[in-house]
Ligand binder design. Structure first.
Ligand code: ATP
Ligand code: MN
Length: 302
C-alpha cells in the first residue's frame, strides 16, 4: 500500500461520524479479517467503489456473527437500530410498499460495516433514473468441471459481441465462482429493453456454441458448460457491487480488472480484502477509470 493511499484512507476513517462498536469482531475467521479490517479496506478503495454503491437501491447481505455464524440476512429494507447514514428511499413504482435502502457517502458505507453488511448488491440503476439502467451485468457461472481459461474465453467472446453492438465491456471477478462482464449504459433504455438485449446476447451465444454455453438456469444440464445468466438485468434484480467482498471463506472481493490483466488471473478468488488495495495502488491506472465515460445508449433492438 502506498503512503498516499494509507493517508487518504486514514483521513476518511478519522473524519467519519460512524463509531464502530466491537472493532475486533471477526467477520472472516479464516482470513483473519475483523470489522475494523473491513472498514480499513473500504477506506483504501473508497474512490474506486463510490460510483458503484452510492445513490442506488441496495440489497445487503448481513452476517452479524461473521461468515461462519448462523445468522445471514439478505435485506432490502430498514432494520431496527439502523444507522442514520443509511437512507430509506421509496420505490416510485411501489409507493405504498416498504422503502428501499441507499447510501450517499463514506459514512453510509461505514454504517453498513457497523451493521455487519458483508456483501453489497446494488441495482443497475441510480435513484436519479430508476427506470433507466446505467449498467448491464452478464454473469458467467461455470459448472464445476469447467477450466478457468474457458471462463476467461467466455468473457472475451461477450466483450466482442457487446463491442460489435457499439457497446463497451468491462470485466470483474465475482469473488465467488465466475466472472461478471459489465457494460455502462447511458440511461435511455428502460428495464424491459435492457433485459431483452441481455437475454438475446445469452441466447445467441449458447445457440452458436451449445457445447460451451447455455442460457437457461437448469443446473442438471450445466455440466461442462458455462451458464450465461442475464437475469441480473430485470427491474429490482441486483448483482454484487464492484469491490464488494463476499461473505465466503477467503474474503475474496469482486475485483474489476483490465482485459489484459484477466489473462493472468488464476481464478475468481484471486483478489481479496487483503490483496486488492495493494494491487490497485501498484497499477499505473485504474482499468475501470473510464467506465461511465464509455457509456452509450442501448439502441432500439427487436
Ligand atoms: P458466483 O460467482 O458464486 O455465481 P455471483 O455474485 O455471481 O457469485 P450469487 O452470489 O449466487 O452470484 O448471487 C446470485 C444473485 O442472487 C445475485 O443477483 C444476488 O444479488 C442475489 N442474492 C445473493 N444472495 C441472496 C440471498 N441470500 N437471497 C436472495 N438473493 C440473493
Ligand atoms: Mn455468478
Amino acid at each position: 500500500m502506498t503512503r498516499e493511499t494509507d493517508d487518504k484512507g486514514g483521513r476518511l476513517l478519522a473524519q467519519s461520524d460512524v463509531t464502530l462498536t466491537h472493532p475486533d469482531r471477526v467477520y472472516w475467521p479464516d482470513a483473519d479479517v475483523t470489522k475494523e479490517g473491513l472498514a480499513h479496506y473500504y477506506a483504501d478503495v473508497w474512490r474506486f467503489v463510490e460510483p458503484y454503491v452510492v445513490n442506488r437501491p441496495l440489497a445487503l447481505l448481513r452476517c452479524p456473527e461473521g461468515i461462519s455464524g448462523h445468522q445471514r440476512f439478505f435485506q432490502k429494507h430498514a432494520w431496527k437500530g439502523m444507522n442514520a447514514h443509511v437512507h430509506e428511499i421509496a420505490d416510485p413504482k411501489d409507493k405504498g410498499g416498504d422503502k428501499l435502502l441507499c447510501i450517499h457517502d463514506f459514512d453510509g458505507l461505514m454504517a453498513l460495516v457497523q451493521s455487519s453488511v458483508l456483501e453489497i448488491h446494488p441495482w443497475g440503476s441510480t435513484s436519479k433514473h430508476w427506470e433507466k439502467p446505467d449498467m448491464l451485468t452478464m454473469d458467467l457461472d461455470p459448472a464445476e468441471d469447467v477450466a478457468w481459461s474457458a471462463v476467461i474465453a467466455a468473457a472475451q467472446t461477450l466483450k466482442q459481441r457487446l463491442e460489435a453492438n457499439g457497446l463497451s465491456a468491462f470485466v470483474k471477478t465475482s469473488g465467488g465462482k465466475g466472472l461478471h462482464v459489465v457494460t455502462p449504459l447511458k440511461s435511455k433504455a428502460g428495464w424491459a429493453q435492457v433485459k431483452a438485449y441481455a437475454k438475446s446476447l445469452a441466447v445467441q451465444m449458447s445457440a452458436d456454441e451449445p457445447d460451451r454455453y447455455l442460457a437457461t438456469a437448469t443446473k442438471a444440464e450445466r455440466h461442462g458448460r458455462i451458464f450465461i445468466d442475464y437475469l441480473r438485468n430485470g427491474r429490482g434484480n441486483t448483482a454484487v457491487a464492484a469491490y464488494s467482498p463476499r461473505a465466503r471463506p477467503g474474503a475474496a472481493v469482486s475485483m474489476p480488472l483490465g482485459w489484459d490483466e484477466l489473462a493472468t488471473t488464476t481464478g475468481p478468488t484471486d483478489f481479496t480484502i487483503r490483496s486488492a488495495p495493494d494491487h490497485l495502488s501498484a497499477l499505473a491506472s485504474d482499468p475501470w477509470d473510464s467506465f461511465f465515460d464509455a457509456a452509450v445508449p442501448l439502441e432500439k433492438r427487436a
